[in-house]
Design a protein around this ligand. Structure first.
Ligand code: SAH
Length: 251
C-alpha cells in the first residue's frame, strides 16, 4: 500500500477535502454525477487540445486556452454530442457543419487577435467559432443567413454568458456596414471570390481569413496595409459554399 507522507496540517487538509467531496456527492448524487460529467468533457477537451492542436502547429497559448475553455459539446446537436471533440467536422442541421477543431484553432491563430479587436464573422452556424473569438477579442459581430441557426446560436451564446457577441440574421456577402470597420474578419463559408463589401469593411492594419474558390478552395489571408490589400494563399480547405451572392444563385 502507498502511504501519503505529508506534514500534519497538509494531511488534515487533504483528508478534509476528500471527506468534503465525498459528503457533497453523498448528499446530492445528481450534483456529483453532473460534476463527473463536467470533468469528463473537460478531460476530452484537454486531450483534443494536446493531440489535435498542440501536436500540430497551434502554438498561440491564448488560442489553446480558449479551445480548452469553450464547451464545444454544447454547440452541437444532442445526437452528435459524443463526437463533439473528435478530429473532424460535424453536422449541425440545415445541411451545415461545425468545422473541425483544428480548423477553428488555425483560423483563430491566423487572425492574431488583440483583446480590444472588433471582429466580424460570416457564417455563425452553431456559434462555436464566435465563442472562441469572444474569448480573445473585444467585440464579435457574427452573421448567419439561415434564421433558425442564427436563433439557436444566439440562445447558446447567451446561455453560456457571452455578452460581447452580437448575432444577426442576414447575408454576409454584404458584410455589416453599420458596425464597420472591423479589425478582423473571418469567413467560415466559401465564396467563389472575395466579396468586395468585406474588403471594404476591413480596417487599416486589419486581417481577413477566408476560404475562397469553387469547387476547390484555398484558405486565403488578406491584410490591409497602408499601401492597400496584400493577399496570401495558404491551405487547401473544404467549407460549405457561401450562398446568397447578390445577383447570383440563391441571391
Ligand atoms: N462557424 C460555424 C460553422 C460555419 S458553417 C460554427 O462555428 O459552427 C457555414 C455557415 O455559413 C452555415 O451556417 C451557413 O448557413 C452560413 N452561410 C452560408 N452562406 C452565408 C451568407 N451568405 N451569409 C451568412 N452566412 C452564410
Amino acid at each position: 500500500m502507498v502511504e501519503l507522507r505529508l506534514p500534519g496540517l497538509l494531511r488534515a487538509c487533504v483528508v478534509f477535502c476528500l471527506a468534503a467531496a465525498c459528503t457533497a456527492d453523498r448528499l446530492d448524487p445528481a450534483a456529483g454525477a453532473q460534476a463527473t460529467a463536467r470533468d469528463d468533457w473537460e478531460a476530452r477537451r484537454a486531450r483534443m487540445v494536446e493531440s489535435q492542436l498542440r501536436a500540430r502547429d497551434i502554438r498561440d497559448e491564448r488560442v489553446l486556452g480558449a479551445m480548452a475553455r469553450v464547451p464545444r459539446h454544447l454547440f452541437v446537436p444532442e445526437a452528435e454530442r459524443s463526437a463533439a471533440y473528435a478530429d473532424h467536422p460535424l453536422p449541425i442541421g440545415h445541411g451545415q457543419t461545425i468545422s473541425q477543431p483544428y480548423i477553428v484553432a488555425y483560423m483563430t491563430q491566423t487572425l492574431a487577435l488583440g483583446s480590444s479587436d472588433r471582429v466580424l464573422e460570416i457564417g455563425t452556424g452553431s456559434g462555436y467559432q464566435a465563442a472562441v473569438l469572444a474569448e480573445l477579442a473585444g467585440e464579435v459581430f457574427t452573421m448567419e443567413i439561415v434564421e433558425p441557426l442564427a436563433d439557436r446560436a444566439r440562445a447558446t451564446l447567451a446561455d453560456l454568458g457571452y455578452r460581447n457577441v452580437e448575432v444577426r440574421t442576414g447575408n454576409g456577402y454584404l458584410g455589416w456596414p453599420e458596425r464597420a470597420p472591423f479589425d478582423r474578419i473571418i469567413v467560415t463559408a466559401a465564396p467563389a471570390e472575395v466579396p468586395p463589401a468585406l474588403e471594404a469593411q476591413l480596417a487599416e492594419g486589419g486581417i481577413m481569413v477566408i476560404p475562397v474558390g469553387a469547387p476547390t478552395q484555398v484558405l486565403t489571408v488578406i491584410r490591409r496595409t497602408a499601401d492597400g490589400l496584400v493577399t496570401e494563399r495558404t491551405l487547401p480547405v473544404l467549407f460549405v459554399p457561401m450562398v446568397g451572392k447578390p445577383g447570383g444563385p440563391g441571391g
